[in-house]
Write a protein that binds this ligand. Structure first.
Ligand code: NAP
Length: 258
């Protein structure tokens, strides 16, 4: 399927690895010129080199997207943006009774206020041009809480509320905002979560993974490539009637009718 977005300009945040990288790869394959970001320059440059193999223009900006200075640097390099994919590392796991105000502020900054600041900066240009796509990478924890990820549950639900209202205000101008909700995907983040189970239960990493896979109807972890393909479709010309949705990619793990 031709996604109809060849020559558009995309910004994919936190894109050197994992799900952000998967989104960047799928958008590059669709012919989107990209600005990509992550803190570490080495993995970011390696991803940029892989993206350029699709024949698109790629600018890599090493910066912490959760800081004002980092966002300013990324936005200055990005210039005109038609497609925005927001993403950042997720908050650490823990226990509800341990989290401090500072822990919450950090999580809200990274996973709620950063995507909001990026949308605030880039939506006006999209509205002026009459076309735009925003995808926020959130989490399945928005639909069903994950006990040890309370910081994530809280921050991402806040973002979801903001998107629900804002998506309907920008849709009249040809701009759509949707959220992608990953369940467990085979990335460094999944490894970190599995290692926490290893430490907690004293089992091997393989056993921790097998245990988690057994809870997923698809009986496996998702891949960054299939996540990226879903993202690219939502960024395509075909998705203009999909507005303010929260789309689960979780292999059926969330046991819900709707
Ligand atoms: P990942 O494999 O650990 O990759 C994270 C990427 O984000 C890396 O490129 C990392 O590069 C970059 N990054 C992290 N913090 C950043 C920051 N402050 N500024 C700029 N770049 C940053 O993680 P992932 O699995 O792709 O997860 C992506 C998001 O989805 C996270 O918020 C995660 O919590 C959420 N999620 C993931 C899963 C899953 O199973 N994988 C499930 C639910 C939700 P640097 O470290 O070099 O900055």
């Amino acid at each position: 399927m031709d996604l109809g977005i060849k020559g558009k300009r995309g910004l994919v945040c936190a894109a050197s690895k994992g799900l952000g990288r998967g989104c960047a790869m799928a958008l590059a394959e669709a012919g989107v010129d990209l600005v990509i970001n992550a803190r570490g320059a080495e993995a970011l440059e390696a991803t940029a080199a892989d993206l350029r193999k699709f024949g698109v223009k790629v600018t890599a900006v090493a910066a912490d997207i959760t800081t004002d200075a980092g966002r300013d640097k990324v936005l200055a390099a990005a210039g005109v943006v038609d497609i925005l994919v927001t993403n950042a590392g997720g908050p650490p796991p823990g226990v509800w009774s341990d989290w401090t105000r500072e822990d919450f502020i950090k999580a809200l900054d990274a996973n709620m206020l950063t995507p909001i600041a990026l949308m605030k900066a880039l939506l006006p240009g999209m509205i002026d041009r009459g076309w735009g796509r925003v995808i926020n990478i959130t989490s399945q924890s928005v639909k069903a809480p994950i006990a040890q990820l309370g910081l994530s549950n809280a921050a991402r639900t806040g973002l979801t509320g903001y998107v629900a209202g804002t998506a309907r205000q920008v849709a009249p101008f040809g701009v759509t905002i949707n959220n992608l909700l990953p369940g467990i995907h085979a990335t460094d983040r999944a490894d970190a979560l599995d290692k926490a189970v290893v430490a907690q239960k004293g089992i091997s990493i393989e056993a921790a993974r097998t245990e988690r896979e057994a809870t997923i109807p698809a009986r496996r972890y998702g891949t960054p490539a299939e996540f990226g393909a879903a993202c690219a479709f939502l960024c395509s010309q075909h998705s203009g009637f999909i507005v303010g949705q929260n789309i689960l990619l979780d292999g059926g793990a969330t046991n819900a009718t709707l």
